[in-house]
Ligand binder design. Structure first.
Ligand code: ASP
Ligand code: MG
Length: 426
C-alpha cells in the first residue's frame, strides 16, 4: 500500500463528464488499497474568468480580494470530484487549502507555502477516505485566503506530497510526459522515461511549460518522487523526475533541446573599459523590473568594449529606451538591438562527464549555416542565441545531432519504472 498524491489539471477537470472520468481513475488506485490525496485545479479557463470579472470593475484589483475570488475555482472542483467519487462508491471528503491547514506567507497572488498541517488529511485517510484538497491556495497566519501564483496547484500537490512523505506525486496533465523537445517543432521528439530535477528546471525555464517551475524546485528540495502523466491516456507511465544518481545511471549526454522564441538582444557599443560600467548599464534595467538573461562582455580593445545582453521580447523597447539614456551617461558610442532573436539550448546532466558537447553542437549548427549571435554555458546546459528565422532548423538539427530520436538508454525495467519502486493501480 502506498500513499499517492494525484494532481489533475484544468482540462482534466474541465467538465462534469471529465470529473467523473477522473473519479473512476482515482477509484482504481483506491481499490488497490492505496491511500490517495487528490489535488484538482479549477475547471479549464475558470481562473481566467474569475480574474477577468474582478478586472471588469477595476484594472488593478486589490490582491487580497483577487485571491478570495480566484481561490473559488478550486473550491468548486474539489466538491464536484468528491461527489463523483461518492458516485463510484468511495468515501471522499473535500477540503479547501485553508481548511486543511496550508499555511502560507501573506504575499497575495503569489504566496509561498510555509507549513502544512497533516492532521486532518491523515485522519480522513485512515478512515478510508480519498481526500480531495483544493490546489493553488492556502491561508496566512491571520486566516486571509492566499493563492500561490498561476499554475500553483502543481506546487500544492508537491508540497502535500512532501508533507505527507507520499510515495509518489503524480501530475496528470494534457501532455503525457516531458519530451526531448517540443513535438510541434520536432515530430520525432520522444517522451523521456526519466529526467533529473536539474534538467527539468532548465527545460522548464526554457519554455517546456509542463510544470510550474516552483513545484519542480520544491520536489527537488524535499526529494518528492514526481511523475508527469497524461490524464487521458490510461497506460502511459509518463515521465519520472528523479534525483541524479551518479553511480547507477548511464546518463544520456543530452536529454533535451529546449528553446525560447521570445527573446531580444541589446548591445551597448564602445563602452569605456573601466570598473563599474556593467552595473551602470544593468542597474537601471533591473530597477525597471526587466529580467536579464544572457550577458556577454567582449574583451577590451582600444579602451572600450561591447556589452550585450538578452531580455524578454516584451521588455525590448523599454530596455532600449533605458540604454539610450545610459549610453550618454557613461559615454558609450551607440546602442543597437535585435528583437527577432531566439534562444536554443541543449540540456543534459551527462555533459558533466562528456567533453566535446559544445563543439559537437556548434559544428552541427555551422554545417546548416546557422550563425551564432551569443553563446552561454552552465554545467548542464549550452545555449545559443540565433536569428528567429533559424529556430526550427536549429532545434531539429541539434535533436538529430545528439541522437535524441533514439530510445533512451536507462536503468529502467520494461515497465518503465525502477524495479524497486513499482506502484500500480491495477
Ligand atoms: N487554477 C490555477 C491557475 O489557473 C492554478 C492551477 O491551475 O494550477 O493558475
Ligand atoms: Mg497547470
Amino acid at each position: 500500500m502506498a500513499l499517492i498524491v494525484q494532481k489533475f489539471g484544468g482540462t482534466s477537470v474541465g467538465s462534469t463528464e471529465r470529473i467523473k472520468h477522473v473519479a473512476q481513475r482515482v477509484a482504481r488506485w483506491h481499490a488497490r488499497g492505496h491511500q490517495v490525496v487528490v489535488v484538482p485545479s479549477a475547471m479549464a479557463g475558470e481562473t481566467n474568468r474569475l480574474i477577468a470579472l474582478a478586472k471588469e470593475i477595476t484594472p488593478s484589483p486589490d490582491p487580497r480580494e483577487l485571491d478570495v475570488i480566484a481561490s473559488t475555482g478550486e473550491q468548486v472542483t474539489i466538491a464536484l470530484l468528491a461527489i463523483a467519487l461518492h458516485g463510484e462508491g468511495i468515501q471522499a471528503k473535500s477540503f479547501t487549502g485553508p481548511q486543511v491547514g496550508v499555511l502560507t506567507d501573506s504575499t497575495f497572488t503569489k504566496a509561498r507555502i510555509l507549513k502544512i498541517n497533516q492532521e486532518k488529511i491523515r485522519k480522513s485517510l485512515s478512515d478510508g477516505s480519498v481526500v480531495v484538497v483544493a490546489g493553488f491556495q492556502g491561508a496566512d497566519e491571520e486566516g486571509n485566503i492566499t493563492t500561490l501564483g498561476r499554475g500553483g496547484s502543481d506546487t500544492s500537490a508537491v508540497a502535500l506530497a512532501a508533507a505527507l512523505k507520499a510515495d509518489e506525486c503524480q501530475i496528470y496533465t494534457d501532455v503525457d510526459g516531458v519530451y526531448t523537445s517540443d513535438p510541434r517543432v520536432v515530430p520525432e521528439a520522444r517522451k523521456l522515461d526519466t529526467i533529473t530535477f536539474e534538467e527539468m528546471l532548465e527545460m522548464a525555464s526554457l519554455g517546456s511549460k509542463v510544470l510550474q517551475i516552483r513545484s519542480v524546485e520544491f520536489a527537488g528540495k524535499y526529494k518528492v518522487k514526481l511523475r508527469v502523466l497524461s490524464s487521458f491516456e490510461e497506460d502511459s507511465e509518463g515521465t519520472l523526475i528523479t534525483i541524479e544518481d551518479k553511480k547507477k545511471m548511464e546518463q544520456p549526454v543530452i536529454s533535451g533541446i529546449a528553446f525560447n522564441r521570445d527573446e531580444a538582444k541589446l548591445t551597448v557599443l564602445g563602452v569605456p573599459d573601466r570598473p563599474g560600467t556593467a552595473s551602470q548599464i544593468l542597474g537601471p534595467v533591473a530597477e525597471a523590473n526587466i529580467d536579464v538573461d544572457m550577458i556577454i562582455q567582449n574583451i577590451g580593445h582600444d579602451g572600450t568594449t561591447d556589452f550585450s545582453f538578452t531580455v524578454n521580447r516584451s521588455d525590448y523597447s523599454k530596455a532600449l529606451k533605458i540604454l539610450q539614456e545610459v549610453k550618454d551617461k557613461i559615454g558609450a558610442r551607440d546602442v543597437v538591438g535585435n528583437p527577432t532573436i531566439c534562444k536554443v539550448s541543449a540540456v543534459g546532466v551527462g555533459m558533466r562527464s562528456h567533453p566535446g558537447v559544445a563543439s559537437r553542437m556548434f559544428a552541427a549548427l555551422g554545417k546548416e549555416g546557422i550563425n551564432l549571435a551569443m553563446i552561454s554555458t552552465s554545467e548542464i546546459k549550452i545555449s545559443v542565441v540565433i536569428d528567429e528565422k533559424c529556430l526550427e532548423l536549429a532545434v531539429r538539427t541539434l535533436h538529430k545531432a545528439f541522437g535524441l530520436e533514439k530510445p533512451q538508454k536507462s536503468k529502467l525495467s520494461l515497465t518503465g519504472r525502477d524495479e524497486t519502486d513499482i506502484i500500480t493501480p491495477s
